[in-house]
Design a protein around this ligand. Structure first.
Ligand code: SF4
Length: 306
């Protein structure tokens, strides 16, 4: 594979021609529902928010249910925040449900119910950060906008910079590296290359067990050329869930999701009996986050249902 000297390249590291990643993606792309024809920008935005902290296999059924119930921003905007939290199910980090609800309302109020296409307008929406704005601009609207997630950072760190893993995130450096990488293919193909690099990191150039023998850039990978020293991939800490405040919050929220209305404190207490101080902390944080409310007579309910 030739090394491409691009006018957009910053000159830091030579970037291999990543056209081979596109060819690989044509063969290996997973048939994910939000990638299919006819999926709208709103539905792609919903998928991107759900996928940020949750694996594909858990997102798929919830995403299907959300787009069935709320196919457009106006549909979700008409629902309540409690409806959104309930439909979020067990995806975790349920504030994302509230943020999507607020995002839908803002799209209706500011854009007549149509998801805007520019990164700046997307960024101005509640709950939409830099990654999500770029992902929607790129994947929903086909714009030549670099999109960098942990998978892309890792692939470029190895293939281009010869590092075993990505350094700490740096928006400026990460976007510059992605721009250099995208510049190795014609402009019209760059949105698809962004998706392909993500897929390569998710399926082949994985954090702990890169399968270099199956990789379309193995012939030019700087890390592989350096001998891919075994043991240089640091083992990742597996995030503990059991016994954490997150689990306690989830249990309390489960009680309110399953209830039609407000419940007394005792119903929440039995949902997390192992550590009363932790339960109090979890309850406080749910109130502070606006996910739940307390009625004047001391009952608890999902936000908007008190
Ligand atoms: S050759 Fe190996 S380390 Fe290099 S990009 Fe491919 S999978 Fe990753």
């Amino acid at each position: 594979m030739p090394v491409v000297g691009s006018p957009r390249n910053t000159g830091r590291d030579p970037v291999p021609d990543l056209g081979t990643v596109l060819a690989w993606f044509d063969r290996a792309e997973r048939d994910l529902p939000w990638r299919r024809d006819g999926v709208t920008p709103w539905q792609i935005l919903v998928s991107e928010v759900m996928l940020q902290q949750t694996p594909v296999v858990r997102v798929e059924p919830v995403w299907h249910e959300w787009v069935r119930r709320w196919p457009a921003p106006a549909d979700l905007a008409r629902a309540t925040g409690a409806d959104a939290v309930r439909a979020w199910g067990k995806l975790g980090y349920p504030r994302r449900a509230m943020r999507l609800h607020a995002c839908a309302q803002a799209i209706v109020e500011r854009h007549g119910g149509t998801v805007p296409s520019s990164v700046d307008e997307l960024l101005a929406l509640p709950g939409v950060g830099d990654y999500t704005a770029r992902a929607v601009a790129c994947f929903a609207f086909g714009q030549d906008v670099p999109v960098v997630d942990i998978n892309v950072r890792r692939v470029l760190a190895r293939a281009v910079a010869g590092e075993s893993d990505a350094a700490a995130p740096s928006a400026k450096r990460d976007l510059a590296a992605a721009v250099d990488a995208l510049a190795t293919v014609p402009e019209a193909k760059r949105p698809r290359l962004s998706a392909a690099l993500m897929e390569l990191g998710a399926l082949v150039c994985t954090a702990r067990s890169p399968r270099c023998g199956e990789c379309p850039v193995s012939g030019d990978c700087a890390w592989l050329a350096a001998g891919a020293p075994s043991g240089t991939v640091a083992p990742r800490k597996v995030q503990k869930y059991e016994g954490t405040d997150r689990q306690a919050r989830g249990r309390l929220l489960d009680v309110l999701r399953a209830s039609d209305g407000a419940v007394p404190r005792a119903r929440l207490d039995v949902a997390w009996e192992r550590d009363p101080a932790q339960r109090d902390r979890a309850l406080d944080s749910l109130l502070v986050d606006g996910l739940i409310e307390q009625t004047e007579d001391g009952l608890f309910a999902l936000a908007g249902e008190a």
